[in-house]
Design a protein around this ligand. Structure first.
Ligand code: UDP
Length: 236
């Protein structure tokens, strides 16, 4: 595979890991993701991954049920660790080495994250799965992935979703919505598009980390994005 990207940060939402189930981890979806990731890692692209935790727990929805927000967010961050362990297990079972890092020290579940150790793992051919979000409450894994993408000096942040890009309106609700092939960070903001939260978008803008939003649920799409096919939306 020919690609201009040497190092990528792939963001996967927790929600997409639940596949057709309403909760938790769908192993069919998990193995599909692992196969796509293995495919690109095997071609020599360095891959760092941040996974959300929405398939298990979200601090904000916990708070609406009476949980303390900070404890709820910590539960959400732990959910991202669970998802990361699942993905590393699926990758390793497929023959692709992977290493889990945690934002908060919880050795031996994973290695306490540092930029250099994550880069070192990638240079050794391992997929670096960076879990636990930013390690702080009141943030999201989108912000965590923007932060880690900037830290590890990724060329691009790939946001894998179930939608194939950014639309003028929610395409699942509005049939007249049209897709952008590219859009600026500022336009995402001024149009009020719900791509990522504002903290994540601002971090990417300030540090010039381009984002590509694409449909990760179609097998082969990750490879296509890396090969330069414009199947998603570029935010720059
Ligand atoms: N979270 C947090 N700090 C972070 C990242 C995540 O507190 O830096 C918590 C937060 O409660 C969030 C949950 O972890 O709701 C799961 O992450 P997210 O909602 O971003 O997951 P996704 O929507 O991608 O599945």
């Amino acid at each position: 595979m020919r690609t201009n990207y040497k190092r990528i940060l792939l963001k996967l939402s927790g929600e997409s890991l639940m596949g057709a189930q309403g909760y938790g981890i769908d192993t069919v979806r998990l193995n599909e993701y692992a196969a796509q990731i293995k495919d690109v890692a095997a071609s020599g692209v360095q891959v760092a991954i941040v996974i959300g935790g929405g398939n298990i727990f979200r601090g904000l929805s916990g708070a609406s049920k009476g949980f303390d927000r900070v404890k709820g967010d910590q539960m959400g961050m732990l959910a991202t660790v669970i998802n990361s362990l699942a993905l590393s297990s699926a990758l390793e079972a497929s023959g692709q080495p992977a290493k889990v890092f945690t934002a908060i020290n919880m050795f031996p579940i994973g290695e306490h994250y540092s930029k250099w150790r994550a880069i070192e793992a990638m240079k050794e051919g391992k997929v670096a799965i960076i879990s636990g979000g930013t390690g702080n409450p009141f943030f999201t894994t989108d912000t965590g992935s923007a932060l880690r993408g900037i830290e590890v000096e990724a060329d691009v942040m790939l946001k894998g979703t179930r939608v194939d890009g950014i639309y003028t309106a929610d395409p699942e609700k509005d049939p007249t919505a049209t897709k952008f092939s590219e859009i600026t960070y500022d336009e995402v903001y001024t149009r009020g598009l719900k791509v990522m939260d504002l903290t994540a978008t601002a971090l990417c803008k300030e540090n010039r980390l381009p984002i590509i939003v694409f449909d990760m649920d179609t097998p082969g799409n990750l490879k296509k994005v890396l090969a330069g096919e414009s199947i998603g939306t570029l935010v720059y």
